[in-house]
Design a protein around this ligand. Structure first.
Ligand code: NAP
Length: 513
């Protein structure tokens, strides 16, 4: 956004809480942190020289390499002098008279801005459950999303980990061999498909780079903005014979990653089709995990893909290590943390270090924690009390000239987020240039457009299996959070709609002179 704004001749300043660039890849330094979209796709497309010259070492890049990439981009485009680091924004208030945002940060520093772009991320406010006694634990406590910069040595230690989502799956897989004992506290079993990660094949890299622009174009036509190399099989799982089904599932399992959910074209649309894929994965878990009790507990029961699918590098295999224990806390929740461990079902489990892999207050958490006030001083917390009203995921009625990147109401959570970010940055920049060209001072979504958009997001979700489980897409992972389905499924239709809105002079928006 900063690069784009500068190229458009705008003056811009980035306020960043971290001491460096990278966002997700700056804060999530837990062992095994790795992207779940292939590196050749999970990168910026806006500069041909950048994408030609950068060399990924692995099929799925790990956090240190992703952080190097973010730093490389910042240096290559000379962005650091436009970023104020170690600056945590606490709020922003719309000044109606001056038609400017007054942005404030910890320490009291403040800025005035005509436009305010929230690039604060859909998964950036960690969720720390309110476990009684957490402060009394005598060992170290880590949250995967706030991992220390120095490596943590668990050698010989008894470690407890709460959670089995993507962050936990990667952490467990990585630390299990070196721990003295690892106890996994599982509330909902996760579906994980193999990444089959490895060094990036030079021939594959050369093939992509020979026509990188074409590769990006083809990916933009995919529902998630990635995966054009192996598009979904255009066949229903319900009409395929059993042998055909097994063959297709097996083929995708061997390929790895999210391509598994494209084994048939209705796995995310029809619960009966979905059940067939789910049973295939349960069969894989049974064949990998030797202890029948662990194997039973590790087999998920919910629809597959409803919570975001995990992409792993030997997760289930780790449960064959005798010192890796699995405790089911679905029926008997964690009652409290004790000085030496935790209590569940009246039993105390002891450990020396505790890892919380308990996710995020997703999509809305970061904005809702701010003192963000729009027209008439209305707080975002009030505006969004029943769920995140928005238009195109980009704008909020009553919050003029504020844009949200990768927020609720957009496809960010279902896409290669790099694609979503670039799409939003281009749209926002075009919008600002349009306003300047047309001599308009402000833009704001109308209430009617916003209401219709939220309804549209829900209507699309109803055609999928995404409403059948308690996911962070629904806000269901945070006690008391309104259950509203927040992300939109389907990038190409979304991008077409955003383009159409712009072409029609920002239809659904109120513009002031
Ligand atoms: P998550 O998917 O929300 O997982 C959080 C885990 O903590 C869940 O297993 C949850 O159980 C458990 N949990 C939360 N509160 C609990 C409580 N009070 N008691 C017991 N268990 C509790 O969070 P995440 O793993 O950090 O991942 C979030 C998202 O970030 C992912 O879906 C993905 O989009 C992204 N991510 C991607 C990667 C990658 O592979 N590139 C890696 C990490 C994260 P329930 O399921 O029962 O709620």
């Amino acid at each position: 956004m900063l690069h784009k704004a500068r190229r458009a001749g705008l003056s811009a300043l980035v306020l960043e809480a971290g001491a460096g660039v990278g966002g997700t890849w700056y804060f999530n330094r837990y062992p095994g942190a790795r992207v779940d979209i292939q590196s050749m796709e999970y990168s910026f497309s806006f500069d041909e020289a950048l994408q030609q010259e950068w060399r990924w070492t692995e099929r799925y890049a790990a956090q240190p390499e992703l952080l190097s990439y973010a730093n490389h981009v910042a240096d290559r485009f000379g962005l650091r002098d436009g970023i104020q680091f170690n600056t945590r924004v606490t709020g922003a208030v719309w000044d109606e008279e001056r038609r400017r945002w007054r942005v404030t940060a910890e320490g009291g520093e403040s800025w005035s801005a005509r436009f305010l772009v929230m690039a604060s991320g859909p998964l950036s406010s960690p969720n720390t459950p309110d476990f009684p006694g957490l402060g009394e634990f005598q060992g170290a406590v880590y949250h995967t999303a706030r991992w220390p910069r120095e490596p943590v040595d668990f050698a010989g230690l008894r470690v407890g980990i709460v959670g089995t989502g993507s962050s936990a799956v990667q952490t467990i897989t990585t630390i299990a061999p070196g721990c003295g004992e690892l106890t996994v506290f599982q509330r909902t079993a996760a579906y994980a498909v193999p990444a089959h990660n490895g060094p990036l094949a030079p021939a594959f890299e050369a093939r992509v780079k020979a026509d990188y622009a074409g590769f990006r174009e083809r990916n933009l036509k995919m529902q998630g903005g990635f995966g054009s190399l192996l598009p979904p099989n255009p066949v229903s799982a319900l009409v395929a014979s059993e042998a055909e089904r097994e063959a297709r599932f097996e083929e995708r399992w061997r390929t790895g990653g999210f391509s598994f959910l494209g084994a048939f074209n209705d796995l995310l649309l029809d619960e009966r089709a979905n059940a067939l894929a789910a049973e295939f994965v349960r069969g894989k878990i049974r064949s990998i995990v030797r202890d029948p009790d662990k194997a039973r507990l590790l087999q998920p029961r919910q629809t597959i893909g409803c919570k975001r699918l995990c992409v792993d590098t030997g997760y289930y295999e780790r449960f064959n290590l005798p010192h890796v224990k699995l405790v089911d806390v679905s029926q008997q929740p964690i009652e409290r943390i004790t000085p030496r461990g935790l209590l569940s079902g009246g039993r105390e489990y002891g450990f020396d270090a505790l890892i919380l892999a308990t996710g995020f207050d997703a999509m809305t958490g970061t904005l809702m924690r701010l003192d963000l006030r729009g027209r008439g001083g209305r707080p975002i917390r009030e505006k969004w009390a029943a769920g995140p009203l928005n238009y195109l995921g980009l704008m909020i009625e009553g919050f003029p000239n504020l844009f949200n990147i990768a927020g609720p109401g957009s496809t960010s959570a279902f896409t290669n987020v790099m694609v979503s970010i670039e799409h939003h940055v281009n749209w926002i920049s075009d919008c600002i240039l349009f306003l300047n060209g047309a001599g308009r001072e402000t833009i704001e979504a109308t209430q009617a457009a916003e209401a219709a958009w939220v309804e549209h997001v829900y209507t699309v979700a109803k055609r999928t299996v995404y409403l059948t489980c308690n996911s962070w897409y629904l806000g269901a992972n945070i006690p008391g959070k309104p259950r509203v389905f927040m992300p939109l499924f389907g990038f190409p239709a979304y991008a077409a709609k955003c383009a159409e809105v712009a072409e029609r002079g920002y239809e659904g928006c109120a513009l002031s002179a």
